[in-house]
Design a protein around this ligand. Structure first.
Ligand SMILES: CC(C)(COP(=O)(O)OP(=O)(O)OC[C@H]1O[C@@H](n2cnc3c(N)ncnc32)[C@H](O)[C@@H]1OP(=O)(O)O)[C@@H](O)C(=O)NCCC(=O)NCCS
Length: 172
């Protein structure tokens, strides 16, 4: 049984725990360990995630399988970007599943939930950044209809950045 629900402030531990494991696994090859660890420590601790969850603009969603948390996503409506002409576009800021839940179409279900929610909120498209070496994620996005529309240097730590694709999905 799959459930997909918006996270509340009480769900912070789930996001911190999955974030610490999944972000490290997905980006291990993208950055020196020191810089990636700094990134994870800074962005996935109890205080930061509690504060993110208490900001209405951050829409975190948790997907569970038989009550067990499998992953989460974060979107922000109306996140315009200079490279995108369309107005009212959503940024898919984070989407992470635990690896034991890969390839079960849970990523697709979670993405679909976010697309439907974005449509209901008068959004015209969804965009994201993804590290250029993340083949699993890039294939997933291409399969679900995203196109590569640009590139971006993602700042991982004070001293390290890596190349990202910018991708876009029209949902009009
Ligand atoms: C990216 C992610 C959300 C996709 O979710 P998922 O549930 O694994 O994907 P789905 O089962 O819905 O879709 C699988 C699709 O992913 C792609 N894929 C799966 N494994 C792959 C691999 N080893 N290499 C390349 N592409 C792969 C394929 O396109 C596949 O489609 P197909 O099975 O129809 O051929 C999930 O794998 C994940 O959380 N990855 C780690 C975190 C991450 O990288 N997040 C994105 C940061 S930008």
């Amino acid at each position: 049984m799959i459930s997909i629900n918006r996270a509340t402030t009480e769900d912070y531990k789930i996001i911190v725990e999955i974030g610490n494991v999944s972000v490290e696994e997905a980006h291990r090859a993208s950055s020196p360990a020191k810089d990636l660890n700094e990134f994870i420590k800074k962005n996935y601790n109890d205080e930061v995630i509690k504060s993110e969850l208490s900001d209405e603009r951050n829409i975190y969603t948790i997907i569970k399988v038989d009550e067990e948390p499998a992953g989460f996503s974060k979107i922000i409506f109306n996140s315009e970007h200079s490279n995108i002409q369309q107005k009212n576009v959503t940024k898919l800021d984070r989407i992470y599943l635990l690896s034991k839940f890969f390839d079960l179409k849970l990523g697709y279900e979670l993405l679909k939930f976010n697309i439907d929610l974005s449509k209901k909120n008068n959004q015209s498209g969804i965009w994201l950044f993804t590290w250029t070496g993340n083949n699993r994620a890039i294939n997933f996005y291409l399969k679900t209809g995203f196109a590569i529309i640009g590139s971006h240097n993602y700042q991982v730590s004070a001293n390290y950045s890596n190349p990202n694709h910018q991708m876009f999905l029209n949902i009009l």
